[in-house]
Ligand binder design. Structure first.
Ligand code: BGC
Length: 733
């Protein structure tokens, strides 16, 4: 009886919520239609127009209903002032939606997304996005151009820093976490942000890793590698997507009817809106598929780009084209409807202004800084630790030589797209170590060299410092502007004379701990054997120095795992773990197999890799049922034991391989992961439950199918060292 009444109560609750939402949606659609009926052509294209910044001319245009959105206007006071013009001085009073690139924090800067993904911690990443949303929203921002969900298999591409690395499954999990974090439970909550999955799509596939360059990929690769994180964004309720700069196989993505209309708005039923990237519609002229901006506008709109960012392509000149039938009025109505729908969902009509007192209360709140520290610590990946040189032993340590251009640098930790991040908020590695050691350990700091210029004039000072020390900590890598947009590199070695300085310091025979700061995998083969330990710290945000100090001293046991492969040499690129077998898989004893004659095919550090100060042992991989229907669930368990002397977190990863199919399949595909905390000596059984339908692929006819047959199931702490078993997927009789 009790059970029945509980059931009925829950059912009523669910029905009320669903019905309530449905009624709200119906109400919104009615309001959108009502507004649309009143709008002139100029007001419609106005809603579809977005400009950057503000000035008197734009403000007049807002008054005239000719701008629907602004980006890069920052601060509650200025945003309220401009919003007032839209709401109180324009004919229809339609509020603006104000956007900004809030990528890894607003003022409290978190690790860059590539770093954060190395935590594999979706809970903390969601929390960081929530905080970023709160801070930005308090400054009058409604919309962030994040998350960047582009899969990147080429570390030459600078924008690899902005995403979650090379894997579609992990990328999808990170996407979901960020969308849920930014958008919260309700977009109408004034402290959430409308999210924007970008850049739709395959932007990361740029030939040669050169930003904005041509992409030529198959539909299979598009659907299996590049699209899944966007689908995850849509499934998580993302309100907007951004079309990209690149073409795909001859069709620029900002004029791509196949990806935008057919897949996104058709197959996936996306009801939010698409904004172009910065002038990406205008660039259709340079791409060579439009003779002028007007034609570019028609192509962009026809493909399904609803809002034009800084392109000046959606203009009243289109009206004549509607009149002569070249352009359908329905397309314009659809675009405006999508934009207005989102403005209603954001609650902008009811609450167009933000409380100006919130900024002071929220920005750089102590809890935000604490989360920045936690995520920064989890993002660090220990790549090498010979002779257990780490953690540094406080008791035996008298002097540390701290060397390198980034050791006391307040800019690099902020990384690319630092939004309102300020150098004054940053804790450098030098400061972090001083915070930890106080007067207990002497730190001799010597910059040694710069990141970019080739001067060796400071080498001697650094060598002298090293000679006086028990251990040398070298902080090196890339400055913040060496990754991100328009920051592709052809050479991935440590820039400038940094490698030379490492070689010079190595001559002192002191143990060297190399702390790397960079926005992409860099090639380390030239210095790897010269250093005792390598700590990959990326660009970790304002708490960079404290996080690194926590790891170096062992107050935090590193747990990060690479989400992108580290090549030995640029010549191996593209290199990624989920590659195909080929007809002649690499066999070292057979020349005529797929490999290089001057370098191993394997990477320096594989996907999923990262060390800890303790050891984890995997045993007893088991599947609950080794014959499965495609409608079943695959249940896999494995025992993971902490066999070392200190507690730590391990990221347990599950990979599959479809052994024989109608099309070739990758040698490994990530399908599950879990972070588990284990005390010294503790063992846990980790269980994965994976719907068999998730093991499928696109068949010869491009239908997503789980083909019957054998699947390899692999579980381990990285993509190489795994325990293996098999299951068979059988056909429904
Ligand atoms: C970038 C986008 C960004 C936009 C607005 C473009 O150059 O490609 O990622 O959101 O600028 O700042």
């Amino acid at each position: 009886m009790k059970f029945i009444s509980k059931f009925l109560f829950t059912l009523t609750l669910v029905i009320t919520v669903v019905l309530g939402q449905h009624l709200k949606d119906v109400e919104i659609e009615a309001k959108v239609n009502e507004l649309l009926h009143q709008m002139t052509f100029a007001e419609k294209v106005g809603q579809m127009t977005q400009f950057s910044g503000t000035n008197k001319r734009y403000e007049q245009m807002i008054r005239e209903g000719k701008i629907g959105s602004l980006l890069n206007v920052i601060g509650a006071e200025v945003n309220n002032r401009i919003q007032k013009i839209a709401v109180e001085e324009s004919r229809l009073g339609i509020p603006l939606v104000i956007g900004l690139d809030v990528i890894h924090g607003y003022r409290t800067i978190f690790p860059i997304p590539l770093a954060a993904s190395a935590s594999w911690d979706t809970v903390l990443i969601r929390k960081a996005a929530e905080i970023a949303a709160k801070e930005a929203a308090s400054a009058g921002i409604h919309w962030t151009f994040a998350p960047m969900v582009d899969i990147a298999r080429d570390p030459r591409w600078g924008r690899i820093a902005e995403g979650a690395g090379e894997d579609p499954f992990l990328g999808s999990a990170m996407t979901r976490a960020q969308v849920l974090g930014f958008q919260g439970k309700s977009l109408a909550d004034p402290l959430t942000l409308l999210a924007c999955g970008k850049h739709f799509v395959a932007y990361g596939g740029a030939e040669g890793g050169r930003d904005y360059n041509t992409v030529d990929i198959s539909e299979r690769t598009l659907r299996e590698i590049y699209l899944p994180p966007f689908k995850a964004a849509v499934d998580a309720g993302v309100g907007t997507l951004m079309s990209a700069f690149n073409e795909i196989s001859g069709v620029p993505t900002s004029a791509n009817q196949f990806t935008l209309r057919k897949i996104l708005k058709g197959e996936w039923g996306f009801d939010g809106f698409v904004v172009s990237d910065w002038n990406s519609i205008g660039e259709l002229v340079a791409h060579g598929i439009a003779k002028d901006r007007l034609e570019a506008g028609v192509k962009g709109l026809t493909a399904g780009v609803d809002m034009d960012m800084e392109g000046r392509c959606y203009t009243t000149d289109m009206e004549a084209l509607v009149a002569d039938g070249t352009l359908s009025d329905g397309l314009i109505e659809d675009a405006v409807r999508r934009i207005l729908r989102m403005k209603f969902k954001l609650g902008l009509f009811e609450h167009p202004y933000i409380d100006e007192n919130l900024q002071k209360k929220l920005i750089l709140h102590q809890d935000h800084i604490q989360t920045a520290l936690e995520l920064a610590r989890e993002s660090i990946v220990l790549l090498k630790n010979e002779k257990d040189v780490l953690p540094l032993n406080r008791k035996e340590l008298n002097t540390i030589a701290l060397i390198g251009p980034l050791a006391d640098d307040k800019d690099a930790p902020l990384g690319t797209w630092r939004c309102q991040g300020k150098q004054e908020d940053v804790v450098t590695v030098y400061e972090g170590l001083k915070n930890k050691f106080g007067d207990d350990v002497k730190i001799i700091y010597a910059k040694g060299c710069d990141v970019k210029n080739n001067s060796r004039s400071e080498f001697n000072k650094a060598i002298k410092a090293a000679r006086k020390a028990d251990v040398v900590v070298m902080v090196m890598g890339e400055s913040a502007d060496m990754s991100g947009e328009a920051a592709s590199r052809a050479d991935l070695n440590l820039p400038g004379v940094q490698a030379e300085l490492i070689n010079a310091i190595a001559e002192t025979n002191k143990p060297i701990v190399l702390v790397l700061m960079n926005g992409r995998p860099i090639t380390l083969s030239n210095i790897e054997s010269k250093v005792t330990a390598i700590v990959e710290s990326w660009h970790l945000g304002i708490q960079h120095g404290n996080a690194v100090a926590n790891v170096l001293t062992g107050d935090y046991n590193p747990s990060g795992k690479l989400t992108v492969t580290f090549p030995r040499s640029v010549g191996q690129i593209p290199i990624y773990y989920n590659h195909k077998s080929s007809g002649r898989p690499n066999n070292p004893s057979d020349k005529f197999t797929s490999k290089y004659i001057d370098l191993p095919s394997s990477p320096l550090y594989p996907f999923g890799y990262g060390l800890s100060y303790t050891e984890f042992r995997y045993t007893g991989i088991e599947v609950e049922n080794n014959r499965l229907l495609s409608t079943d669930e695959l249940v896999v368990s494995v025992n993971v034991k902490n066999t070392g002397k200190r507690g730590g977190d391990e990221v347990v990863q599950l990979y599959i391989r479809d052994m024989v199919g109608s099309v070739t399949r990758p040698v490994k595909e990530l399908k599950g992961f879990q972070r588990v905390a284990l005390e010294a000596g503790e063992q846990k059984t980790v269980q994965f439950q994976i719907p068999v339908r998730n093991l499928g692929a696109y068949d010869l006819d491009m239908n997503y199918t789980v083909e019957p047959g054998e699947f390899g199931i692999m579980v381990g702490g990285n993509s190489v060292n795994v325990l293996t078993t098999t299951v068979e997927v059988v056909r429904l009789k």
